[in-house]
Write a protein that binds this ligand. Structure first.
Ligand SMILES: CC(C)(COP(=O)(O)OP(=O)(O)OC[C@H]1O[C@@H](n2cnc3c(N)ncnc32)[C@H](O)[C@@H]1OP(=O)(O)O)[C@@H](O)C(=O)NCCC(=O)NCCS
Length: 165
């Protein structure tokens, strides 16, 4: 991720937010589209985290444009600093082409390289494509939070998945 990616990031997140009504499984939490200023603030925090070794960041580009964003954020306490929280999204037009699997493999490899020992993520139980990709990259269900998510007036279970590195 680079500062020059800002405009791509704005388009990327806002496309995902725009999908939420039609794609009820989408693991995107933002409630509304982001302004350029809001996204700049988010990107600045990301870049600082990457620079300080608190965030492992992987992006996918197609013809120079950002189409996938993934990160693992290191726990912030002494007790949790060998544990990471993973998040990933690919833009709609570029899903199901193997990009997510490749990014997950890279995130696992890079997380191990920087000394993390365990990684967790959380996913809508109904998001079969995502759980499939996570299982293919060694993640197993560690627990389920029934009805954690409320999307389009329906409650959906959330699955916590984790793996050792
Ligand atoms: C989940 C996500 C990151 C996966 O990335 P991707 O690039 O689309 O995934 P890939 O192309 O690498 O792999 C897709 C796999 O899912 C499988 N798949 C697709 N739809 C599926 C479904 N409905 N049920 C089960 N498996 C499915 C494909 O067959 C493929 O598996 P295979 O390689 O074993 O054949 C991406 O689809 C995404 O960003 N989705 C929207 C945002 C999101 O939900 N993020 C997850 C937040 S927790």
């Amino acid at each position: 991720m680079k500062w020059e990616d800002l405009d791509d990031c704005v388009a990327f997140i806002n496309d995902l937010v725009g999908e939420k009504d039609s794609e009820p499984n989408l693991g995107i939490m933002a409630d509304r589209k982001q302004t350029r200023e809001e996204e700049a603030e988010w990107l600045a925090t990301q870049l600082t985290g990457i620079e300080k070794g608190k965030i492992v960041s992987v992006v996918a580009e197609v013809r120079g444009r950002l189409v996938g964003n993934g990160s693992v954020t290191r726990g912030s306490y002494d007790d949790t600093k060998r544990h990471g929280f993973l998040g990933i999204a690919i833009s709609r037009k570029h899903r199901d082409r193997g990009i997510g699997l490749e990014m997950m493999r890279t995130l696992v490899r890079e997380s191990r390289r920087v000394g993390l020992k365990t990684v967790q993520l959380e996913v809508f139980a109904s998001n079969r494509r995502a759980t499939h990709v996570y299982e293919r990259t060694g993640f197993k269900e560690a627990g389920r939070i029934p009805k954690k998510m409320l999307r389009n007036r329906k409650f959906i279970d959330s699955i916590v998945m984790a793996r050792e590195l």
